[in-house]
Design a protein around this ligand. Structure first.
Ligand SMILES: Cc1cc2nc3c(=O)[nH]c(=O)nc-3n(C[C@H](O)[C@H](O)[C@H](O)COP(=O)(O)O)c2cc1C
Length: 353
């Protein structure tokens, strides 16, 4: 299936890439992402986002969209040559979301550049977003849903693999991207445990256009997560992430310690696996996610809380270093000594080792 060129004759993937400084989207996260985080990522040339439902009402969403539009316009005016990335809003397309129509209408009024849909991929929504020049990316965890979304006309698919924060899939993200690429040449985004510049390069190597990072952005100064949540991520390894439907009815990844603190029996959850019944010690989904903290297996690589600007600078450097390091690998050609930065560095033990 071939991507339809936009009004400028460019594919949606090329248009989006042209406006980013790194092939990366900071993923929308319930109760975490807000305009402060999204504007900080857009400023660094990384697509920023938030779920529409992070505002309690559609009126509140309208205020956030105005804040985004004004914030981005201000950044562009201050530095016309800077690459300021577009932003995205996540809409839950499901009958249980009574705000969908009102929120979509606001996104249309504000011409939100990228709409990220979860659960349902609907041709009517895609048409209405295309009408103002927007792009639709749809979240999928398997090939069956990916094919349905392509049939609905979406511009891109977000392949959410195993180990992702939130409602993760069970497929290896490398395999999921590879299978999607067999029938789709639109925008493909890879998600699931990605936290470093090396991971971005790996996503590109298997054919994704963008990497998608959620958990990594929880641990930034600008995220609205509780400081204790950020510390728990710093302390956790992948083995501290529990995949269970017991909190929200659909399997999602949570930090083991936060489940324990909320009174869950980890051994019982592990035994029940994806068949664990939804336990209801807490009155609502929002209350549950406020106290039981979701994170992906990428916590292994996270041990700090930098500003978004410092994080993006680091991700860019790691991606570059990883690309250069591969040049010396068997079958990939020799590093070019004429080019600076490619000579092998003398090995030094890091301090403290
Ligand atoms: C705390 C948390 C909340 C999330 N909430 C949402 C959400 O509201 N909508 C959505 O589409 N995805 C949500 N996600 C999933 C992310 O958008 C993204 O797919 C995921 O974080 C990528 O995996 P990673 O965390 O390993 O980087 C959430 C993830 C986390 C960690």
């Amino acid at each position: 299936m071939t991507a339809t060129p936009g009004p400028n004759g460019k594919s949606p993937a090329d248009s989006l890439k042209e406006n980013t400084a790194l092939p990366l989207i900071a993923a929308p996260m319930f109760l975490i992402s807000n305009p402060e985080l999204a504007l900080a990522t857009c400023k660094e040339g990384v697509v920023g986002s938030f779920p529409a439902l992070n505002q309690r009402t559609s009126e509140g969403l309208d205020e956030w969209l105005t804040e985004m539009d004004e914030g981005i316009a201000k950044m562009k005016a201050a530095d016309p040559d800077a690459v300021i990335a577009p932003y995205a809003v996540n809409l839950i397309v499901h009958k249980t979301n009574p705000r969908l129509e009102a929120d979509l209408e606001l996104c249309i009024q504000h011409k939100v550049p990228v709409i990220i849909t979860s659960l349902g991929a609907v041709p009517d929504l895609v048409k209405r977003v295309h009408a103002y020049g927007g792009i639709v990316l749809h979240d999928v965890t398997n090939v069956e849903h990916a094919k349905k979304a392509v049939a609905a006309g979406v511009d891109g698919l977000i392949a959410v693999g195993a180990g992702a924060g939130g409602h993760a899939g069970t497929m290896n993200p490398l395999t999921l991207v590879t299978e999607i690429r067999e029938f789709f040449d639109g925008i493909v985004v890879m998600a699931g445990g990605l936290t470093t510049g090396k991971d971005i390069l790996a996503a590109e190597a298997v054919g994704a256009d963008f990497a998608y990072m959620g958990t990594r952005f929880i641990n930034t100064v600008e995220s609205s997560a509780d400081p204790a949540y950020k510390q728990m991520i710093c302390d956790a390894k992948a083995s501290d992430i529990i995949y269970t439907p017991a909190v929200s009815g659909i399997p999602a990844n949570f930090l083991k310690k936060s489940l324990e603190d909320a009174g869950y029996d980890i051994e019982e959850l592990k035994k029940e696996g994806v068949n664990a019944p939804k336990l209801k010690p807490i009155e609502s989904e929002a209350a549950a996610w406020k106290t039981i903290w979701s994170a992906g297996q990428g916590v292994t690589n996270i041990d700090d809380v930098p500003t978004v600007a410092a994080l993006v600078t680091r991700l860019k450097q790691e991606r570059k270093d990883a690309a250069l390091a591969l040049q010396g690998k068997p079958g990939l050609g020799k590093p070019d000594p004429a080019k600076p930065g490619k000579a092998a560095k003398p090995k030094q033990k890091p301090p403290g080792f």
